[in-house]
Design a binder for this molecule. Structure first.
Ligand code: NAD
Ligand code: LMR
Length: 338
C-alpha cells in the first residue's frame, strides 16, 4: 500500500513511515460510514481542514477505494482506511473526534423514525467501540433518527461507565444551514450574514426555527413565518422527494457536518466564543435532550444557552416539539436498556 492508504502502518521507506504517522499538531478525526453518500464528501472536506492531522475512514464496504482516492489530495491530513467490523476498534482508537454518518437514509414516504430499526443497532455497535477504545472522544452523531440515536449513544456510554454528556452531540447544523439559506432568500440577504437559531430536535415539528431571534433582526409577515417554518421543518423531505428514492441530503449534509466538526475542533483547540446549535443532554427544558445554542470548548459542550424570549407562535411550536421529542428520546433509551 502507498503510505496514506494503509490498513495499519505503511511498510514504505522511512520518510513515508514518518509522514504516515501523522503530523504532531492537529487533531485526529474518525468518520464511521465514510463510504456513504454523506461519508465521501464529508471525508473529502475533512481532508481539506487544516485542523485535522489524521483522518480515519471506516465503513463496512468500499473503504479502500475512498481512502485511496482521498489520500491523493495534497493537503496536510494523513488518511487511513479501516474496513469491516474487525477493524472498527482500530478506526476509533486514539481519535479526538468521531463523526457518525453510518446507516440507511430515507426514501419518499418514510419518516426518520422509520429508520430506527436498522440505524439504532448500527449506532449502538459503533458507540460500544468508542466507549471501549476512545472514551475521551467527542462524538458527532448524524445517523437518523437523531432524536433517538443521541439518547442511544448516551445510554451505551452510561452502560460502559464512560458517559460524559459534554461529548455527545447530535448534529442539527443542517437545519441551521437551511434556515439561514431560506431566510436569506426571503429577505434578500446574503445567507452567510444570516444567523437563525434552530432548536428542539431533528425531525418534522421538533425542528423549531426561532425566526424572532434571527440576526440581523428581520421583520417577517405571518405568511413569511408560516412559509419559512414549514420549509425549514420539511427541508429534508424536500430533498428526499427530489432524489426520488436514491437517498436523502448528502452534499449539504457533508457541508453542514464539516462546519459543525470544525466548530468542535476550534473548541478543542481552545478558541473562545465558538457557539453553534446542537442536540445535546440539556436542562433547557424538562426533556433530557434538546437542541439549542451551545458553546464548544476543550471539554466539548461547555455551556448551554437558554432559548431566549419566544413569541406566541414559537411557544406553541415548542409544545408540539416537546411532545414528539419525549417519545423519540424514550424510544432510544428503551432500545439500549431493554
Ligand atoms: P448512505 O446509505 O449513502 O451511506 C451510509 C453508509 O453507512 C454506507 O456507506 C454504509 O455502508 C455505511 N454503514 C452501514 N452500516 C454500517 C456499520 N454498521 N458501520 C459503519 N458503516 C455502516 O446514507 P447517507 O445518505 O450517507 O445517510 C447516512 C445517515 O445520515 C442516514 O441515517 C440519514 O438519514 C442521516 N442523515 C442525517 C442528517 C442530519 O441532519 N443529521 C442529514 C442527512 C442524512
Ligand atoms: C435531512 O434533514 O436532510 C436528513 O435528516 C435526512 C432526511 O431523512 O431528511
Amino acid at each position: 500500500n502507498p503510505p496514506n492508504t494503509q490498513m495499519g502502518e505503511s511498510s514504505g521507506p522511512a520518510r513515508w513511515n514518518c509522514r504516515a504517522k501523522g503530523g504532531s499538531s492537529g487533531f485526529k478525526v474518525a468518520i464511521l460510514g465514510a463510504a456513504g453518500g454523506i461519508g465521501q464528501p464529508l471525508a473529502m472536506l475533512m481532508k481539506m481542514n487544516p485542523l485535522v492531522s489524521v483522518l480515519h475512514l471506516y465503513d463496512v464496504v468500499n473503504t479502500h477505494g475512498v481512502t485511496a482516492d482521498i489520500s491523493h489530495m495534497d493537503t496536510g491530513a494523513v488518511v487511513r482506511g479501516f474496513l469491516g467490523q474487525q477493524q472498527l476498534e482500530d478506526a476509533v482508537t486514539g481519535v479526538d473526534v468521531v463523526i457518525i454518518p453510518a446507516g440507511v437514509p430515507r426514501k419518499p414516504g418514510m419518516t426518520r423514525d422509520d429508520l430506527f430499526n436498522i440505524n439504532a443497532g448500527i449506532v449502538k455497535t459503533l458507540c460500544e467501540a468508542i466507549a471501549k477504545c476512545s472514551p475521551q472522544a467527542i462524538v458527532n452523531i448524524i445517523s437518523n433518527p437523531v432524536n433517538s440515536t443521541v439518547p442511544i449513544a448516551a445510554e451505551v456510554f452510561k452502560k460502559a461507565g464512560t458517559y460524559d454528556p459534554r461529548r455527545v452531540l447530535g448534529v442539527t447544523m443542517l437545519d441551521v444551514v437551511r434556515a439561514n439559506t431560506f431566510v436569506g432568500e426571503v429577505m434578500g440577504l446574503d445567507p452567510r450574514e444570516v444567523d437563525c437559531p434552530v432548536v428542539g430536535g431533528h425531525a418534522g415539528v421538533t425542528i423549531l426555527p426561532l425566526l424572532s431571534q434571527v440576526k440581523p433582526p428581520c421583520s417577517f409577515t405571518q405568511k413569511e413565518i408560516d412559509y419559512l417554518t414549514d420549509r425549514i421543518q420539511n427541508g429534508g423531505t424536500e430533498v428526499v422527494e427530489a432524489k426520488a428514492g436514491t437517498g436523502s441530503a448528502t452534499l449539504s449534509m457533508a457541508y453542514a457536518a464539516v462546519k459543525f466538526a470544525d466548530a468542535c475542533l476550534r473548541g478543542l483547540r481552545g478558541d473562545a466564543g465558538v457557539v453553534e446549535c446542537a442536540y445535546v443532554s440539556s436542562q433547557v427544558t424538562e426533556l433530557p435532550f434538546f437542541a439549542s445554542k451551545v458553546r464548544l470548548g476543550r471539554a466539548g459542550v461547555e455551556e448551554i444557552y437558554p432559548l431566549g424570549p419566544l413569541n406566541e407562535y414559537e411557544r406553541a411550536g415548542l409544545e408540539k416539539a416537546k411532545k414528539e421529542l419525549a417519545e423519540s428520546i424514550q424510544k432510544g433509551v428503551s432500545f439500549v436498556r431493554k
